[in-house]
Design a protein around this ligand. Structure first.
Ligand code: ADP
Length: 410
């Protein structure tokens, strides 16, 4: 009798149970894992409901973990400095991060397209095809873009494997433009140094040979030849000294011995040192420094070298009867020092380049005047090491003013 009643209850209960399970299954299929089956029946049915509920709890928590992982991964991809592109097994783009889009100037939708349809670069397309067909673990290639400016990318492509078949690939792009530019600068530097050294050395050798071959007896010429040898030996020594100075300041190894001092004292020393050179070139040296100028914290020897290089140029590239003025004034941030000349000036297009190593507006003139083409590079680095800035104003035929700032002593 009891069994019969129980059977009856269960059979009444089943349609409701099925409806509830049906609704639960539909929500589940729609991705709503939070729905629970609410039934309070006995025994097996209750057990069934419990296990389904526990299953949906587990799926819900796994799904939440999965979504969190996915958004973390997406955030990493999107914010990565390197460019990332993911393709599927048919070679179509699944994902491209912002860095790569910006780098390649892609603003259209990329998903579902082949790399070549969005990036006009055959190397990237070939790399994508290779990684999907060759069974290598990594394919790398250096890719050069010429537009809108020359840039170099190093691309690494890795296949994504699922059960030993290639399911797609991940391509990572590093911008190595700066690195390549640096290498080029270094190569140019070595070539320039070799060239600069070779010229005086071959002159010295040539004249020494002529002297040894008999010109020594020809007193009138011998003296002239020796003078040339002496001048070129001087040039060599100046070049080597400038190179050593430059490499010290550039490598950041030069320890600045910062001390609070009076700028005027440094200027006086430089002017005294330049006096002979100025008189030889019929150039007048002037100084305009206000009394009680703020004291500044500088490496005295380094700033003396800056002033010396600037004043030497101001004399060298001046006209007979011209003048050179070293002036200083206080500004909000510190002290601004200027070296003004009444010389030949610098063409506008050369101004941005004169601080480059070995750059000269007029090569022959600079050499004749004993220039190495390194003076202004040394100036720039020393001022930067003092957290200052160098500026130039110049007009061909209208003289030049080189200004630099030095922070006040705290
Ligand atoms: P250099 O040893 O040739 O003088 P610098 O590095 O000191 O090398 O200067 C680079 C170039 O900048 C010079 O060759 C010259 O053409 C130009 N220059 C520098 N200072 C002046 C100046 N005061 N007036 C005109 N040209 C200048």
């Amino acid at each position: 009798m009891r069994l019969k009643i129980r059977h009856k209850i269960v059979s009444l209960f089943i349609p409701r149970l099925l409806r509830e399970i049906g609704a639960w299954a539909r929500s589940f299929a729609d991705g709503d894992f939070s729905r629970r089956i609410s039934l309070s029946a006995r025994d097996e049915i209750e057990e069934l409901a419990d296990s389904l509920n526990s299953m949906s709890r587990q799926v819900q928590s796994r799904m939440e973990e999965f979504i969190a992982d996915k958004s973390r991964l997406e955030a990493v991809f999107l914010s990565m400095f390197d460019g990332v592109m993911v393709i599927d097994q048919s070679g179509e783009i699944v994902l491209m991060n912002q860095s790569l889009k910006e780098f390649l100037q892609v603003d259209s939708t990329v998903t579902g397209k082949k790399p070549l349809e969005v990036i006009r670069n055959i190397d990237i397309q070939e790399l994508a095809e290779r990684v999907l067909t060759s069974h290598s673990r990594l394919e790398s290639r250096e890719i050069t873009f010429l537009f809108p400016e020359e840039r170099v990318l190093l691309a690494h492509a890795t296949p994504v494997l699922r059960a030993d078949t290639i399911d797609g690939a991940v391509l990572v792009f590093h911008d190595i433009t700066g690195l390549r530019r640096l290498e080029k600068v270094r190569q140019d530097f070595v070539a320039n140094v070799s060239h600069e050294l070779r010229t005086p050395v071959s002159t010295i050798r040539g004249y020494a040979e002529t002297l040894l071959e008999g010109a020594l007896e020809d007193k009138a010429h011998a003296r002239e030849f020796l003078r040339i040898i002496y001048d070129d030996a001087e040039r060599l020594s100046k070049l080597i000294n400038d190179l050593l100075d430059l490499s010290r300041v550039e490598s950041g190894k030069m320890k600045l011995a910062l001390e609070e001092c009076s700028l005027e004292a440094v200027v006086d020393k430089v002017l005294t040192g330049m006096d002979r050179e100025a008189r030889k070139n019929s150039v007048t040296l002037k100084k305009e420094i206000p009394p009680r100028l703020a004291r500044i914290k500088i490496d005295e020897a380094a700033i003396a070298q800056v002033l010396f290089n600037l004043a030497e140029n101001a004399i060298k590239y001046n006209n007979a009867g011209g003048s050179v003025t070293i002036a200083a004034r206080e500004t909000d941030r510190g002290v601004e020092v200027s070296v003004t000349d009444t010389g030949i000036g610098i063409p506008q297009e050369d101004i941005p380049r004169i601080f480059e190593r070995f750059y000269r507006v007029d090569k022959a003139r600079s050499r004749d005047l004993g220039g190495t083409g390194l003076g202004l590079s040394i100036v720039k680095h020393i001022i930067q090491a003092h957290h200052g800035e160098v500026m130039v104003e110049s007009r061909p035929g209208g003289g030049s003013t080189f200004r630099f700032t030095l922070p006040k002593a705290l």
